[in-house]
Design a protein around this ligand. Sequence first.
Ligand code: SAM
Length: 291
Amino acid sequence: MNTVWSTYIQKIPTLYLTRSLRFSDRYKEKYMTAFAIDSQKSLLEIGCGPGALTEALARWYPEMQVCGCDRDTNFIRFAREKAPNIPFFEEDATKLSFADESFEVTISNTVSEHIEPSAFYGEQYRVLKHGGVCLVLSGRRGIVHNAPCVSETSEFEKEIWSRVSAVCEEMDRKNAVCAYPMNEMEMPKAMERHGFHDISTEYLTVNLTPDHPCFSREEAFAIIESHRASALNGIGIMKDTVGNMVSADEIAEMERLTNARYDKRIALYDAGIKQWDTYMSLTMVLRGVKR
Ligand SMILES: C[S@@+](CC[C@H](N)C(=O)[O-])C[C@H]1O[C@@H](n2cnc3c(N)ncnc32)[C@H](O)[C@@H]1O
């Protein structure tokens, strides 16, 4: 249908790696308690991206028919390859092709702020059965402390970012990225305005601190690598969009510097030199019922 998100905004590795960590089985009980959907039998994830949450839901609710949809062709192709047993559909959330009252649960993560609220809630209300549950997950301000070795930015990089920043901001505006932001008080009101009842909110923290002893070496590396992917994401997007403003050599140098910093972070981990860099996400879970 389109590939706007995966080309211009967030690439597959960025979303898949970061979300796989956030929706790991380590946090299953927390999420399942907040969701409170144990008796429901069918679920549609809206704006599922590459499908990390959809996969987690299929693992956590083996009795439920779980499926995901997104407008971005690249995400859906990746999600289907990764999890061939889960149905993934290319769909526009503002005009879903599903019949009225098709699902018992709809869920989304960090999607509500990108879609006009009447269409976002209205379509979910329509496809939900009576008694069905709408879950809206939304990333709130967490705590991020990068290790000193990855947070440094050279003058060379600063100059390139300032060269392209205005064009990048304009592109986000054009693609309606975060065009409908709402705070923690506005979100439940929006859900209520669109017909939902029994509305509640929960807040879940996920503490991704590589040096925490609860994480194995493999898990600590996954955390660091997800941040490398996010850092490289910006450079990749720059290459694909405003490549005419930056030379291939400059892009290659930026990638080299970024990789060198994350290689250093990995080396510090392996040498047992703790950094205590912390990435703590705070997720709001908004829950409402269609009576
Ligand atoms: C911030 S990403 C989140 C993706 C995924 N939920 C996750 O957490 O990894 C926002 C997603 O919403 C999707 N999206 C935006 N507008 C959409 C629309 N009108 N219909 C379907 N998907 C949409 C984008 O393609 C993208 O995958």
